[in-house]
Design a protein around this ligand. Sequence first.
Ligand code: GRG
Length: 288
Amino acid sequence: MISKAKTVYRALDEAIPLTEPLKIHEAMRYAILAGGKRIRPILCLAACELVGGNERLATPAACAVEMIHTMSLIKDDLPCMDNDDLRRGKPTTHKVFGESTAILSGGALLALAFEQLTEVEASSERIVRAVKELAKSIGREGLVAGQAMDLTSGGLDPNETGLEQLELMHLRKTGSLLEASAVLGAIIGGGSEEEIEKVRNFARCIGLLFQVVDDILDETKTSEELGKTAGKDKIAGKLTYLKVMGLEKSKEFVKKLKRDAREHLQGFDKDQVKPLIALADFIANRNN
Ligand code: GRG
C-alpha cells in the first residue's frame, strides 16, 4: 500500500505542474498533494493487478480517481456545503486560496481526471467504458446525488428512516467512487465481465464498510481527537448507522461486510487477492 501510494504521489506531482494560471495550479496541488490515505487509487491499482494487468497501466486512472476525490472534498468543505475550516489538519482550500479559486481548481481537477483517463494504454472500448463508469460515479447517481441526500438528511428521524435510505445515500456519496476506482482498475487491467463484477461487488462492501467505520469513529472519538469542527458536534444533525442501528449492531455489520468482501474475491489468485484484503482490513481497523 505504501509503495502504491508513493507511485500515485509521483504521478500526481507530474500531472499537475506549477504552471499558469499559477493560483489555480497552486490550489490544485495544495489540495491533492497534502496527504490523504489514497484508498481509491490504491484500490484501482490493486484491482488492475488482481485481473492480471500491471500497475503502470492503471496509474493514470488511479490519478483520475484521486483527482475526483479531491475535487469532491474541496466542494464539500465550501461554506455553502459543510463549511469546514480544516481538512486533514490543515486549512481547507477555500480558506487558503479563496472560494472562487477553490471552485475553479475543483473544476480543473474534474476535467483533468477525464483527460488522464483517455491517456490509459488500453483499447478504445475499454477506455470509453472506464470514462462512462467514472462519469456515472460522480453525477446524478453518484457523488452529487449522495451529497444532495446528505444535505437534507439532518431533518430525518433516525427511528423512522429505513436502513435502505441510509445505505442508498452512502452507496452514492462514498461507495460510488470507491466502486468506480476498483472497477476502472479491473477494466483497464483486462478483466473479464465476471471478474469486473466480482471486483464491483467487493468494492460495494468496502464502500459500506468505510462508512459504518466512519460513523463509529465519529461517535466514539472526542471532538478534540477529530479536530475542531468534527466529532460529535459535526454529526449532531446527520443520519448515521449508529443512530439507525446502534453501536453493537454497527460493529456486527462491520464484521459481516468484511466477510462478504472476502467472499466476492473467491476464485482469484490467492496472492493477488492479498493487497485487497489488506485494504479491507485497513479500512475496517483505521482510526482516522
Ligand atoms: C460538484 C460534480 C460535483 C461533485 C461533488 C461535494 C460533492 C459533490 C460530494 C461530496 C462527496 C464527499 C465529500 C464524500 C465523502 C467521501 C469521504 C468518505 C471522504 C473521506 O475519504 P478518505 O477518508 O479521505 O479516504 P482522505 O483524507 O484519506 O483522502
